[in-house]
Design a protein around this ligand. Structure first.
Ligand code: PGA
Length: 242
């Protein structure tokens, strides 16, 4: 059985190193004995080097590994700093920073090149045709990614309307979307990859609803925003995953 992956996306929080260390330590202590779920903390870049003892992920990454790009952080830098994952294509970046599928594709490929595992976010917004959006994001985001590299990618299904709103996606709809994603992967990469790939769910996950997603939708894990800023609440989520 695949280990469940519980990913904490801290977004633009917390505002000080002290708070970040306190939050990380509470989570680390709370989950240290858990062996059958992997906890990944994705803090802002500035805190990544402070932490040890849990898997780490970046919330974004640049699409090149070298060159004159003031202000950017490369996949190779992250990999060399001990970071294992990078969230790529989060809907907030697609929206606020106008990230296109082409840029996302470049970020995925450059990350894979250096051994950084992409957590590739996809999802439809209200009023959009889910099948069309997911198909488009998957095909363009994964263009040129080989079957061998593909299995290192984690796909995060996050309907945009469910992120940070408290309106989590229904269990049936989530199950339907995960099946749809697996079908698309089957078509692109074949049966073995479709059963090996990890598809996780994100969007208003909390300690109450986490168990339902993990047990009833086929999700291999969860991407957690607001609830990951409260150590107790986040630990409840990790507990149900273990
Ligand atoms: P949320 O965020 O849990 O606050 O909805 C999820 C995410 O943005 O990944």
């Amino acid at each position: 059985m695949k280990k469940k992956l519980i990913v904490a996306n801290w977004k633009l929080n917390p505002t000080s190193q002290r708070e970040a260390e306190r939050l990380f330590e509470s989570i680390r202590k709370g989950v240290e004995k858990i062996k059958n779920a992997e906890t990944v903390i994705c803090p802002p870049f500035i805190y990544l080097l402070l932490f040890n003892g849990l898997s780490l992920g970046a919330q974004d990454v640049f699409c090149e590994n070298e060159g004159a790009f003031t202000g950017e952080i490369s996949p190779e830098m992250l990999k060399n700093a001990g970071v294992k994952y990078a969230i790529i294509g989060h809907s907030e970046r697609r929206k606020h920073f106008k990230e296109t599928d082409e840029i996302i594709n470049k970020k995925i490929k450059k990350s894979l090149n250096v051994g950084l595992k992409p957590i590739f976010c996809i999802g439809e917004n209200t009023g959009e045709n889910k099948t069309v959006v997911l198909e488009n994001q998957i095909e363009k985001g994964l263009e040129g990614v080989s079957a061998k590299d593909f299995v290192k990618i984690i796909i995060a299904y996050e309907p945009v309307w469910a992120i940070g709103t408290g309106h989590n996606c229904s269990i049936d709809a989530t199950m339907g979307s995960i099946l749809l994603i697996k079908k698309m992967i089957l078509r692109l990469y074949g049966k073995k990859s479709a059963s090996a790939v990890r598809v996780i769910y994100g969007g208003s996950v909390d300690g109450e609803n986490a168990g339902l997603y993990l047990k009833e939708t086929g999700a291999d894990g969860l991407l957690v925003g607001s609830a990951s800023l409260n150590a107790e609440e986040f630990m409840k989520i990790v507990m149900v995953a273990s």
